[in-house]
Design a protein around this ligand. Structure first.
Ligand code: B16
Ligand code: MG
Length: 218
């Protein structure tokens, strides 16, 4: 018999808010400046992946080698462009169903947390008006290993005071689905991860997810 779900850990980008286009535009600007081919297909591989690992994927198409210092500079430059872009995010940029899902879970007494690879999580939560909405926030600033390592989700569960077996992760990236399962948690795949056959539950979006069923049919 499964343990009851007492906490839900949400990935941020692609689940609560769509910052993926901002990531794309910022990486594209940096890549264009460097003359490195980069398109939306390559961008799909960056979902849930840390900033430096994202850069490594982009550099697969580079025709020259870059030093560590140059790589740091490129990542910092991209982040500057990204932070500029996310200044215009508002609560209107919450993904469909996100606000309702958070309210429903709160009403049921379920604890809610963020588990994101992004080091910009605090800025994003503030921009979309959710900085005080979660019982715990675990993000890229607090971890050393990014998804598919379970570190960020284990930290979120610990901050909630819950065992991994009592937590459900909501993820849009395959790396995040893998991370949740590696951490001993169940996972609801949404968006791009809805088609991931390893996900415990699947829904096209948070708007289509039936938490009543998920929480009772455990
Ligand atoms: P940053 P998530 C991830 O957020 C993004 O999906 C991924 O594209 C990005 O590279 C990563 O955060 C790091 O972001 O450069 O802001 O630290 O999906 O884990 O919420
Ligand atoms: Mg994501």
């Amino acid at each position: 018999m499964n343990q009851p779900i007492l906490g839900v850990i949400f990935d941020l980008d692609g689940v609560i808010v769509s910052t993926d286009n901002c990531h794309y535009l910022a990486w594209k600007r940096m890549a264009d400046e460097e003359g490195i081919p980069f398109d939306r297909t390559i961008n799909e591989r960056l979902r849930g992946v840390s900033r430096m690992e994202s850069l490594s994927i982009i550099l697969e198409k580079a025709t020259k080698d870059y030093t560590e210092a140059e790589k740091q500079e490129m990542a910092t430059r991209k982040n500057g462009y990204y932070v500029e872009l996310i200044q215009s995010l508002t609560c209107g940029d919450l993904l469909e169903g996100a606000g309702d899902a958070l309210a429903l879970l709160r009403n049921k007494g379920i604890k809610i947390a963020i588990g994101s690879s992004s080091r910009n999580t605090p800025i994003i939560l503030k921009q979309i008006g959710l900085e005080d909405s979660f019982d715990a926030v675990a993000d890229g600033n607090a971890i050393t290993r990014s998804k598919p390592d379970p570190e960020v989700f284990l930290l979120a569960a610990k901050s909630l005071g819950l065992a991994p077996a009592n937590c459900l992760v909501v993820e849009d990236a395959d790396a995040g689905v893998e991370a949740a399962l590696a951490g001993g948690m169940r996972v609801l795949g949404v968006g791009g991860a809805a088609a991931n056959s390893n996900a415990t539950f699947a829904a096209e979006s948070l708007a289509a997810a039936n938490f009543d069923t998920i929480l009772t049919n455990q």
